[in-house]
Design a protein around this ligand. Sequence first.
Ligand code: DGJ
Length: 720
Amino acid sequence: MITSLAGTAFAQPTSVIPIETKRYGLALQVGNDKRVGIIHFGTKLKNSSEYLHAPAMSRRGDDYSGILNSVYTPSGSRNLVEPAIRVTHTDGNTSLDLQYVSHSVQKTDNNVSTTSILLRDPAYALDVTLFIKVYAEEDVIEQWSVIKNNEKGNVTLHKYASANLYVSAKDYYLNHYHGDWAKEMQPEEIRLTSGIKVLDSKLGTRANLYQPPTFMVSLDKPASEDEGRVLYGSVEWSGNFRVDLEVDPLNNLRVIAGINPFASEYVLGKGHEFTTALFVYTYSDKGKGDASRNMHRWARKYRVMQGNGSRLTLLNNWEATYFDFNETKLAELIKDTKKLGVDMFLLDDGWFGNKYPRNGDNAGLGDWQENVQKLPHGIGYLVKEAQNNQVKFGIWVEPEMVNPKSELYEKHPEWVIRQPNRPEHLYRNQLVLDLSNPQVQDFVFGVLDNIMTKNPNVAFFKWDCNAVIYNAHSQYLKDKQSHLYVEYVRGLYKVLERFRAKYPDLPMMLCSGGGGRVDYAALKYFTEFWLSDNTDPLERIFIQWEYSYFFPAITHDNHVTDWGKQPIKFRTDVAMMGKLGFDIVVSELNQKDLEFCQNAVSTYKTINDVVWHGDLYRLASPRDNDYASLMYVNDSRDRAVMFNYLVSNRYGAGTLSPIKLNGLDPDKKYRVKEINLYPGTKSSITGDTSYSGDYLMTIGFNPGVNARRASVILEVTEAK
Ligand code: DGJ
């Protein structure tokens, strides 16, 4: 710890706690009043002992002192801005003050270390420990807190954020997202003005439908891909979240992020602890591209299940059959899976329910027994069929939900979330099971475990979640109704932990009628996620583009379907930017389309390593151009793949001049070759000429996208 006098007019003895990644960091200051404030956020100093000269970002010696820049702002004492924590003590008192007690640093390895800072209320036996975990090489920080009640009785938590950042810039430009089903990730950029902008959701079972828990803030001016100071943040919580962005009276930005405290007062028993959600963030002074590569590297290495592993390409039957299938039809689709050349057949919704067969979305959900009409020989038969065709077999579940028309609902009405005195309100004809109840947790675990126990060769799950919580009420929680939103998500994590303890390697897709649930807490248990039910390839370019800021391509499940008007090549090229899947009727493809798809699957196998594990560079945004262009580059910078698409049908639209590549080695020589051509077509981009990385990044290369060549994939390989 560095102890000295701060070089300000109100010099007081202080200590500084620097928390640094490879390039960035924050510096905390412990004032002589024992309050901990943030005095620096951004590019780190070469010499961390110099932080102590930094003037406190918040005015000192007046009403704001040590409050605006608080590292975890308490409520009810001297603070008049948005708090990070608000409590009612055992004696009914609503004030909180948090003073520094101690801190320590725990090193996990050479890259990862966690600083914990113990804060205590001088008047009440309430402790808050802040955890700030640094992933140095990736420039990523995760932050959370643990609130411990050492009082004589219950303490009620009204707000319990993960983190409270304090950032200084001239202006703040917030990039956030809104959307709805099939319209995920619509971006919006606004300049933050004085006051509070809140991003939040109150859906219960998922983080996102109208707003995801991810955002970025550019400092001073809007950051571009390669320039500007930018902060990326994401709440790691698979339910209600809240982010407050407050431009304070000193024009500094306070960011308070965590679980949404909406209708969620949490009663913390004597001696108990409450661990908040985690908040992950990264910062770059080199633009959005650099920040997103930080996030991707961190995610692949530390968070996403098998983040640096491989993925199974697949044929899904959802849009090919919807609920209308039987064993014979599926056996044919399994043969088509083989014919297409993908790794796995994925059986979607509709395979279960007998008293109330799942022949539509209005019945059967909750009754996880094979429908005897459709599958007289059960899942086992299909798994065998898959084996006979040398492909794997995966299956869809939606274990947290129930249709009122189901045996489960008849048997266990007490497991259903709903208000006792109000009419039921359904979302997609279904209700949500009460995951705060351990019996329900057992049931949900059992849905997957029973499938696996009976069919150990099932190779993949698609875990869906198609409803939100209306009429939030849990029969199980009795007088603790305000715990429901938190306990629902904790219940989900308990099930997922249990599942992963027994099936540590089984790949699993996170789906929520689209990307409604994706967040970095869930991705610990899932290998990938379904971005949107909207698979129109034009729309997908935009949706995938925005997700790509936060989540790496290896997590993106992209399926070729019949949505949209583009030819099969365009649809497939777009899907190849993540994990490739198909959801089409293969037997209805004409010969050339089939041949193209088969070749595309083979081609994909040659580039998937770069797409899954490489660095992403967004080159030309579909929002600013008639086309979109992006590329992935492998670690050794000897291979890259560049994807280019026409996104406008206006006259003459296309790439009229070269697009500058990025991420290559300027001193290496590369050949550029068009791949994934439609049968019978030729390209003039043959890889015969070699160019230096310097040339490709300074002058660029024109992929020749136009109305006749609406999608072009280029392979860039080092010329040896
Ligand atoms: C919503 C998913 O997003 C779809 O892919 C499909 O699995 C349906 N649910 C099935 O009901």
